[in-house]
Design a protein around this ligand. Structure first.
Ligand code: SAM
Length: 315
């Protein structure tokens, strides 16, 4: 059997197939291949837009190549890119980068399980660098919540500390905070210890091998970060119980979950991201309910396109 292009459409040539069957396959191909071509074109257009933004700050590229990239980006976006200011261009670049890297990774490894069981040091360090934005966001939320700001002078528990990206950002931006990171993935913890030793914050930051379900402290933490997108439901339930016992009065818990966009396709992608991260819960209201059932008050949601933070105070 042979698939050949014939005047733009794809048909199946088979010496033994009946004309009826050939027609059926042709009709199916009439929509299938053009759709694939359209999607493949969109992927290339997105990469051209990203390339064009990146070239704004790179004078070294060959002028003929720059011309084609800029022409292509304009074909994709019209004049939109010329009109975008520096800030809009930088947000657009982050969006392009995330879409292309998620798409490329999914295509190359559709069969992989949880993404934190990686041993590649560069990939773990990259995850650490990108996750430090979680603490930057906690600080900006705290600007509106004086009781949350108070927690920055206590002890912060960073669950799933990985290579200590969030932990070190906390130490860097809050001079009084002490940080305890816990994790069960020894390859990441080894890097965390190295990063902490090289950071100059080793007097205030530590990282140890501990499953959050085995957390045994009492009345210790003023602030806890729990990334639920990496944990199965029973682990999240057990973690909440342990965290409540380990927290002081007026402690805050911030639980991260991937945002569920209204668009059905993007919602599917968010669910897939959760599953491939080792998580299970996709509804932030389920997290809110779990927290309220354990005595958290003033539980609220902070939503951005990628991650939602559910946070509350334990009186
Ligand atoms: C994506 S990583 C977090 C990255 C981290 N913020 C950093 O700076 O590298 C999620 C982490 O959660 C950890 N983890 C998963 N299950 C856990 C559990 N039950 N207790 C503690 N840590 C857990 C994983 O080992 C992984 O390192």
């Amino acid at each position: 059997m042979l698939l050949v292009a014939s005047s733009g459409a794809y048909v199946v040539q088979d010496a033994f197939s009946e004309p009826e069957k050939q027609r059926e396959v042709k009709e199916m191909s009439d929509t299938f291949m053009p759709k694939i071509q359209e999607l493949a074109k969109s992927a290339r257009m997105l990469s051209l837009v990203g390339a064009s933004i990146r070239l704004r700050s790179d004078a070294s590229v060959m002028s003929a190549i720059r011309e084609q990239i800029e022409l292509g980006a304009r074909m994709a976006l019209g004049d939109g890119l010329d009109e975008a200011n520096e800030e809009e261009a930088s947000v657009a670049l982050t969006m392009v980068e995330m879409a292309l890297s998620e798409a490329g990774e999914l295509f190359r490894n559709p069969d992989r399980g949880s993404n934190w069981e990686i041993t590649d040091a560069a990939a773990m360090q990259a995850m650490g660098r990108s996750s430090k934005s979680a603490f930057i966001r906690m600080k900006s939320i705290a600007e509106m919540y004086p009781a949350m700001r108070e927690t920055f002078s206590g002890t912060f528990l960073d669950v799933g500390t990985g290579v200590a990206g969030i932990a070190l950002e906390a130490a860097r931006s809050c001079p009084e905070i002490k940080v305890e990171g816990i994790d069960i993935w020894e390859p990441a913890l080894e890097l965390a210890r190295k990063n902490i030793a090289e950071s100059g914050y080793s007097d205030r930051v530590s990282a140890r091998n501990l499953d959050v379900c085995a957390l045994d402290e009492q009345d210790r933490y003023s602030l806890v970060w729990l990334p639920t997108m990496f944990l199965k439901r029973p682990i999240v339930e057990a973690a909440f119980d342990r965290i409540v016992r380990a927290s002081v009065h007026n402690a805050y818990l911030v639980a991260g979950i991937y945002t569920q966009p209204a668009d059905p396709f993007l919602a599917l992608m968010a669910n897939l991201r959760t599953l491939r991260s080792g998580g299970e819960i996709t509804d932030p209201l389920e997290i809110k309910t779990m927290m309220e059932a354990r005595g958290y008050v003033e539980v609220e949601l902070s939503v951005t396109p990628i991650a939602t933070f559910v946070f509350g105070r334990l009186p």
